[in-house]
Design a protein around this ligand. Structure first.
Ligand SMILES: [Zn+2]
Length: 387
């Protein structure tokens, strides 16, 4: 555990321990910007942070989006355009009357639909009576103390995470999206859409999208290698290959003590695959867990003297950061270790596969994460681990 340093961040519920990777190699302290996913500064994020209460940037409810809340949005299974919309909602970057008014743009600050004095994004998406009706029709229990609240962060968080009360509402990203579109139709085109129609369209779109994902996954009988050159590759994996294929995954959940890592390594020469699973103190985000899992899997391959290895992940950001390390300064520690460890391989690649093609590594990582104790197994599993 000497590679971990602990630090505390203050939060609503006291101190939160986070594991910060220090890496294996001596180097100077680099700068990175922790208000974007990559760690690169952008003017847009800088402007946004400058407008927040910078003394309390990590408060989960009420005062600003918590870093794990933002990270969770990227894990929501919905189209990227809706993920992006949800991030804009949480970042208060939507062109709504209250925001336009703050920027000095002369406009009516009130809500066109209900006449309330100031229309915020939380009001339009959750609180305004037509929006409330949509949530109620979508079987989200609505009550003065539970949902919706005055905090847009709490309202989005209501649906994120398996333990949260709205977790069963898988269509919630589409509901948010179509509530917003219907608000725009009312404001800009004076079209009034019925709440029941919004629910029907949102749930229909959600179901259609989810079915398309399953069909896509089934279509990919072989994973798609993209190498380290980008995500454009479309060639199927050849059934005959030399060396080793190592499928990797990380598992991370806000509030858990541990994050998990799993890998499953096959070759044409062996009958049963070699597998590894371990947990480690939960780091900052799901993407940190993916990078830690990859690094650990690389080192396990080196220890087994497997030097001709194609790695596979279903995390596209991991492929992107390994392809273009300079674009991801928040992950410099990992990426430098990965760069050094790569030298140990005679042949090395990291490719993207579908989640359905990565079930073994995913299961190992998840079970390691949920273990109440430290676990470190390599090819030593009781059968229930392999379900
Ligand atoms: Zn309203």
């Amino acid at each position: 555990m000497e590679k971990y340093m602990f630090r505390s961040l203050s939060g609503n519920k006291g101190l939160i321990k986070q594991a910060i990777p220090l890496g294996e190699n001596q180097r100077g302290d680099p700068f990175s910007w922790h208000f974007t996913k990559t760690g690169r500064y952008t003017v847009k994020s800088g402007y946004h942070i400058a407008r927040l209460d910078v003394n309390q940037p990590f408060m989960a409810r009420g005062s600003g989006p918590d870093i794990t809340l933002l990270a969770s949005v990227w894990r929501v299974r919905c189209p990227p355009k809706i993920q992006h919309f949800m991030l804009q909602v949480l970042s208060d970057c939507i062109s709504i009357s209250a925001n336009l008014g703050r920027r000095g743009i002369a406009c009516d600050l009130g809500c066109v639909r209900c006449g309330t004095e100031e229309e915020t994004i939380n009001h339009a998406t959750f609180v305004c009576p037509p929006a409330r009706q949509v949530w109620a029709l979508a079987h989200v229990p609505v009550g003065p103390l539970s949902f919706p609240t005055d905090s847009v962060y709490a309202n989005v968080d209501h649906f994120l995470g398996q333990q949260n009360p709205g977790a069963h509402v898988v269509a919630f990203p589409w509901l948010m999206w179509y509530i917003w579109k219907s608000r725009n139709a009312r404001v800009f085109e004076d079209i009034v859409e019925k709440p029941e129609d919004i629910v029907r369209v949102a749930e229909g779109e959600a179901t259609g999208w989810q079915q398309a994902q399953v069909e896509d996954d089934v279509d990919i009988s072989h994973p798609i290698p993209v190498g380290l050159s980008g995500l454009a590759g479309t060639t199927s994996l050849p059934p005959v290959f030399s060396g080793y294929r190592c499928f990797i995954d990380g598992s991370w959940k806000a509030g858990d003590q541990f994050a998990g890592a799993g890998w499953c390594c096959t070759s044409l020469q062996v009958v049963s695959p070699l597998m590894g699973a371990r947990n480690f103190l939960r780091s900052l985000s799901p993407l940190h867990a993916e990078a830690e899992a990859f690094l650990w899997a690389m080192r396990c391959m080196i220890c087994h003297d497997f030097r001709d290895v194609d790695f596979y992940t279903n995390c596209s950001d991991l492929v992107k950061m390994v392809s273009s390390p300079s674009d991801w300064p928040a992950f410099t520690t990992y990426l430098e270790d990965i760069k050094i460890d790569r030298e140990e391989f005679s042949s090395f690649s990291l490719s993207l596969i579908s989640r359905n093609a990565n079930v073994s590594a995913n299961s190992l990582a998840r079970q390691a994460r949920t273990s109440p104790h430290h676990v470190l197994f390599i090819n030593n599993f009781s059968s229930h681990w392999l379900v």
